[in-house]
Design a protein around this ligand. Structure first.
Ligand code: C2E
Ligand code: CA
Ligand code: CA
Length: 727
């Protein structure tokens, strides 16, 4: 008769459920001894049936979970149903197995005889869970900015938590990929650090060096026997490292960037689970190393100049600030901040191109690096500006250093076979006298550097308060001056030039005035030099000329038909390439004949005799008159004036001032007048303030005169009202 499911006994059904269950099924008596143990239970625990039966569950539960598990057991024996997780140790290997247990009492009538349970092996899930949370923990640490060391250590702990009684270490490959450096091994003896630090990467360099070399995992199950460990055996054994498995850590380009190593104190080879965890850990390590490498680069870039790799302004400020704080002023310690700016670098850049300019900057910074002590803070501020911080120094030492720096640039720098001569201007400021913080010292060194530029470049200057105040004022004036023309802040005043024979006004000298909102009335002596230096004199001078000629035209129209106009020219204007055409245009615009215009120049402008002769000749050709201003204060002699075609000489005010009281001044004046007349040049006396001066000049047949005696320079509308005092 075929067995029929409907006829089968209760017992058969439950026995099948028990025997063939995927989960481990077991029963315990009231004392906790196994009385039933299915096949799955045998597989999970590793205990054969005969050994399991009669054994107490206490002996297989992991110590850490024992108390809790016994508690559950007791409650079930008291009639409860329990579902809980626990951990047992497998027979022999001691490997941990995570179980989810469902346990119920065995009840016969009202009496409880024992417990029956179902054990689901959840080790795989547990592992995966633990791995995931371990990985997450490490990633989170990274994201939160934990240090490289902390994160590496965490990987090691992570690996160790999955491998029973193993020690893990991480080694990092150096830049050249030649050696392994100690990375992390928190649970290995400290002597291990130094033993592995600098381990060569090679075929026979222990398992670590070899794994990095052959780019594959190397498993040494017994370091005592393996020839690979020949050179390192003593060290390994002295630390009881009997087995070592090493795996290379790759970057995204499959370059070896480190190794992950697991050590055992017993002869041992990796199991499937170990391999899995090693794989996870090496991937993590790869991610971590690369992340921190990238971070290091970014950090470096944030604090260094990309072109020269020198510290940048930010790092300089931070370090300088620190150095200042550490300077013992009370012991007389000093600190020098040098500000260097290459001379005419812009010219190199513009003429030879930016890539040569860049290379020059690198070469120059290398040269400086060579002469500076290794610890000296040297930075590129940007462009062609560098800063150096000299600690524990004196003024003399700093100056010596500045000299050495200037000297190193005496030799040309050769780029692509071309000799490039470059020099630098250096400004120096000192702590504590010139400033309290890095910012102030930097500003002052910058000011001093400008002074060095002004001194003709290729030199050094220490900060000086007086120079600074002047420089600051000049800078302010320069700023205002730039806007003065468009704001219409200039006016011309006119001073009469009187013909001493006819005793009448022969001409006017145009003198510029600047009325600024902030500074008020600025005398020309104060702003003309700045305008000259900045080049602003060109547009300003053009405005003067045009305005003066338009005014002259008006006066001509109002009956002062023979009036001439004298206009001062500065040296920059004198040498401006389009001077002649500019004057011609101004004359044309105003509708004034050229012979009514007198150009006043000074002796110093004619130093370059060749060039000056050409310009003066052109001016003469144009038809304007030429006057030598401030005569006597320059170096030139009258005879030299023969070379130029000059119409007038203006005897400088300083000779006229004492002419009536001082015989030698009188002599100079009379000599000038005589010799000028001999050369056919007419003479104008400047700064005539008194009648006695005037009389004396007239006696010596001076042709014309100008000065407060007749009139101060006045606005145009007042000029026509000037009366020349009668004799
Ligand atoms: P400068 O060309 O020698 O002009 C004569 C200066 O002497 C004027 O000073 C004038 O006011 C002053 N002066 C005239 N008579 C007397 C006197 O009797 N006693 C004294 N103590 N001073 C007298 P100012 O106007 O202050 O001009 C100073 C200088 O500025 C000028 O010296 C000239 O070199 C320059 N300057 C003035 N206007 C211009 C201009 O439009 N262009 C250029 N390039 N320079 C100008
Ligand atoms: Ca003048
Ligand atoms: Ca003068």
């Amino acid at each position: 008769m075929q067995p029929d499911i409907n006829n089968s006994s209760f017992f058969d059904v439950y026995q099948s459920l028990f025997n063939f269950n995927h989960d481990g099924c077991y029963a315990l008596d009231k004392d906790g001894n196994f009385i039933l143990f299915n096949k799955a239970a045998i597989e999970i625990t590793g205990y054969p049936l005969d050994e399991a039966l009669g054994m107490n569950f206490v002996s297989i539960v992991h110590e850490d979970f024992l108390e809790e598990t016994i508690g559950h057991f007791k409650r079930v024996v008291n009639g409860e149903r329990e579902r809980f997780e626990t951990v047992i140790k497998r027979k022999e290997t001691g490997e941990q197995v995570n179980l989810l247990l469902t346990v119920v009492p065995i009840k016969v009538g009202d009496e409880i005889l024992g417990v029956v349970g179902c054990a689901q092996d959840i080790s795989v899930n547990k592992r995966l869970e633990a791995m995931l949370s371990g990985k997450n923990r490490i990633l989170k640490m990274m994201a939160k900015g934990a240090s490289f060391q902390e994160v590496l250590d965490e990987i090691v702990f992570f690996v160790e938590s999955f491998t029973s009684s193993a020690h893990c270490s991480i080694l990092i490959a150096d830049q050249e990929g030649k050696r392994l450096m100690h990375g992390s091994s928190p649970n290995l003896p400290p002597a291990y650090h130094s033993a592995v630090d600098g381990l060569p990467i090679g075929e026979y360099a222990g398992s670590c060096g070899r794994a990095a070399f052959i780019k594959e995992s190397v498993v040494v199950t017994d370091t005592e026997a393996d020839p690979l460990w020949e050179d390192y055996r003593d060290i390994a054994l002295s630390y009881h490292l009997k087995a070592c498995w090493s795996s290379p850590v790759f970057d995204d380009d499959h370059k070896v960037i480190g190794t992950l190593n697991i050590y055992y104190c017993r002869v041992s080879s990796p199991l499937e689970n170990d391999r899995e965890i090693i794989e996870q850990a090496t991937n993590l390590t790869s991610l971590v190393i690369q992340h921190y490498e990238a971070k290091k680069k970014i950090d470096f870039m944030a604090y260094h100049d990309a072109l020269t790799s020198l510290p940048n302004r930010r790092l300089f400020d931070e370090r300088a600030q620190k150095a200042i704080a550490e300077t013992k002023v009370e012991d007389g310690e000093k600190l020098c901040l040098m500000f260097l700016d290459l001379d005419r670098f812009k010219f190199v850049n513009d003429s030879l191109g930016h890539s040569i300019g860049d290379r020059l900057l690198v070469e120059v910074s290398d040269k400086f690096k060579q002469i500076l002590d290794k610890g000296t803070l040297f930075s590129r501020q940007g462009g062609d500006e560098f800063t150096i911080l000299l600690e524990h120094t004196t003024k003399e030492q700093a100056q010596d250093m500045a000299r050495v720096i200037l000297e190193t640039l005496e030799e040309p720098i050769v780029i692509d076979g071309t000799d490039i001569f470059i020099s630098t201007s250096i400004g120096m400021s000192f702590y504590p006298e010139d400033g309290e913080d890095a910012e102030m010292l930097l500003r002052k060194a910058d000011v001093a550097m400008y002074q060095a530029k002004k001194q003709g470049r290729n030199n050094f200057q220490a900060y000086d308060v007086m120079l600074d105040a002047r420089a600051y004022e000049e800078m302010q004036i320069e700023n205002d001056l730039r806007k003065a023309l468009e704001r219409d802040e200039f006016v011309l005043h006119y001073q009469p030039i009187v013909n001493l024979c006819k005793h009448e006004i022969k001409g006017a000298e145009a003198l510029i005035r600047w009325e600024n909102e902030r500074i008020g009335m600025v005398p020309p002596d104060q702003f003309i030099p700045i305008a000259e230096e900045t080049g602003l004199i060109i547009p300003i001078g053009e405005w003067v000329l045009k305005t003066a000629l338009v005014q002259l035209k008006k006066w001509h129209a109002n009956g002062m038909k023979d009036l001439t106009m004298s206009v001062n020219l500065s040296i920059r204007q004198f040498y401006q390439p389009n001077l002649i055409s500019m004057i011609r245009e101004a004359l044309g615009l105003a509708g004034v004949e050229p012979h009514f215009l007198t150009i006043e120049i000074t002796e110093s402008m004619t130093m370059d005799v060749e060039k000056a002769s050409v310009i003066l000749r052109e001016l003469k050709k144009l038809g304007v008159s030429i006057s030598i201003d401030d005569f006597g204060t320059g170096y030139s002699s009258l005879s030299y004036l023969k070379r130029f075609t000059i119409d007038h000489l203006k005897i400088d005010r300083s000779f006229v001032r004492d002419i009536a009281e001082n015989k030698s001044d009188e002599n100079i004046a009379t000599t000038i007048i005589l010799m000028a007349h001999n050369l056919g040049i007419s003479v104008i006396a400047e700064g005539v303030e008194t009648e006695s001066q005037l009389n004396l000049l007239k006696r010596h047949r001076c042709n014309e005169a100008q000065g407060y005696h007749f009139s101060r320079p006045v606005p145009a509308e007042e000029f026509t009202r000037i009366k020349v005092p009668s004799l």
